[in-house]
Design a protein around this ligand. Structure first.
Ligand SMILES: Cc1ncc(COP(=O)(O)O)c(C=O)c1O
Length: 401
């Protein structure tokens, strides 16, 4: 039975506290400037966005895209992956981290997630390496940098490329280096939910000129001719898709990037304060270790010793006027695209048979079943932080069961 309104613990206004994206006059003016300029297709604002991402992350090259999905396709293409090549991937991520590779005939090989930071599990990765393995997709899920020390060691040992999907991790860093430049090629989505939203947009980053040029060849035909290299011969045809960002989005993405650190600080202050309270109760809030700086795209917690099932905890939080849910991504290895053998038709590799229906990732499934998503407070908010902390304290003490 829902509890009557007066007795609810959580009374703060989520609409205000969780408002995202947040656009202000600067953002509006940035977009309007492009429209007034009239060049709404190849406007130099695109280069400004790319230069700003290079400056912010330390990357040598950036290429803006119309979304993160196409930036990921460009990343796979730019590494020269061939049909039948295998890429180690996590199952706990958004589909776009991996599905674009299948259009190149490249085979995703699912690996377990690890418990500490919810990224791809380096130990399971190593077990799944074959003579066909060419690369690894690393996703810094929910803003938590993945286990890069171990991942880099394996990549080096087996000569594998690292593709970093940093779409949840604008501003996060690992050992002082920004996420997005920790592998051979990195990608940010700038979609509307993300930490530096552009409406729709994506940015590919790399320190490797050949990768940058290949990415241009795939999707930005007007820029191929500007390259001082043999790939200029593709200036008439490119490689079949067009993935350039719209300048209005580039303007918004640039304006938001300028405010990224300030916005992240507000989220981090709120969520770290709540985390301190929850950790005392034995709840894992995935606070960052000393050598990483995490950001909060979303706030996920796990409570192994919870006094009641997590589904009941979610119900109680909802009854108390709060918001709570299971993680937003269903595990990919269980999806029809894989288990119904549909990939055979997309990959079209002679003799290749799908074995996804027998993929088993018990550790990942257990981790996922143990996660609860709590709202991320994007505005400074002490009231809701206190109210959520109190509800968890009441659950822990048995007062709200
Ligand atoms: C982890 C991750 N990768 C890739 C994408 C794809 O980005 P886009 O929506 O910009 O295509 C998203 C989000 O949308 C994402 O969350």
């Amino acid at each position: 039975m829902p509890i009557c309104t007066q007795s609810k613990f959580i009374t703060g206004d989520h609409k205000v506290a969780c408002k995202w994206p947040q656009f202000d006059r600067d953002d509006e003016e940035a977009v309007i400037r492009v429209i007034k300029d009239g060049d709404v297709s190849t406007n130099p604002i695109i280069h400004e966005l790319e230069n700003a991402y290079c400056k912010y992350t330390g990357a040598q090259f950036a290429l803006a895209h119309n979304n993160g999905t196409s930036a990921l396709l460009a990343a796979f293409f730019s590494l020269g992956l061939q049909p039948g090549d295998e890429v180690l991937v996590p199952s706990a991520t958004f589909w776009a981290s991996i599905v674009p590779m299948t259009w190149l005939g490249v085979v995703p090989v699912f690996c377990e997630s690890e418990e500490e930071r919810l990224g791809i599990d380096p130990r399971d990765m190593e077990k799944k390496i074959t003579s066909k393995t060419k690369a690894i997709v690393v996703v810094h899920l929910w803003g938590l940098p993945a286990k890069m020390t171990e991942i880099r060691k394996i990549a080096q040992k087996y000569n594998l490329k690292v593709i970093e999907d940093a779409s949840h991790a604008h501003g996060a860093s690992w050992r002082g280096e920004k996420c997005g430049i920790l592998g051979n090629v990195g990608v940010f989505s700038l979609q509307g939910d993300k930490l530096a939203p552009a409406g729709e947009g994506g940015v590919l980053l790399t320190n490797d000129q050949a990768i940058y040029e290949q990415a241009i060849c795939l999707g930005d035909i007007t820029r191929i001719i500007q390259l001082n290299s043999p790939v200029r011969r593709f200036a008439v045809t490119s490689f079949g898709v067009k993935t350039r960002i719209a300048p209005m989005s580039a303007a918004l993405g640039l304006s938001q990037l300028k405010k990224l650190d300030q916005h992240n600080k507000i989220r981090n202050d709120n969520m770290e304060r709540l985390s301190q309270r929850l950790e005392i109760l034995g709840i894992n809030t995935y606070l960052a270790d000393a050598h990483i700086e995490r950001v909060y795209f979303e706030f996920l917690i796990s409570w192994k010793e919870a006094p009641i099932p997590l589904t009941r905890i979610i119900e109680i939080i909802l009854e108390q006027g709060g918001q709570a849910a299971v993680p937003r991504y269903p595990l990919l290895h269980q999806q029809p695209l894989f288990v119904e053998n549909n990939l055979e038709n997309i990959l079209r590799i002679e003799g290749w048979k799908s074995t996804y229906s027998s993929v088993n990732l018990p550790k990942t499934e257990a981790i996922n079943q143990n996660l609860i998503k709590i709202p991320c407070f994007t505005q400074k908010n002490t009231q809701l932080v206190e109210q959520y902390a109190q509800v968890f304290e009441k659950i822990a003490s048995g007062d709200l069961l």
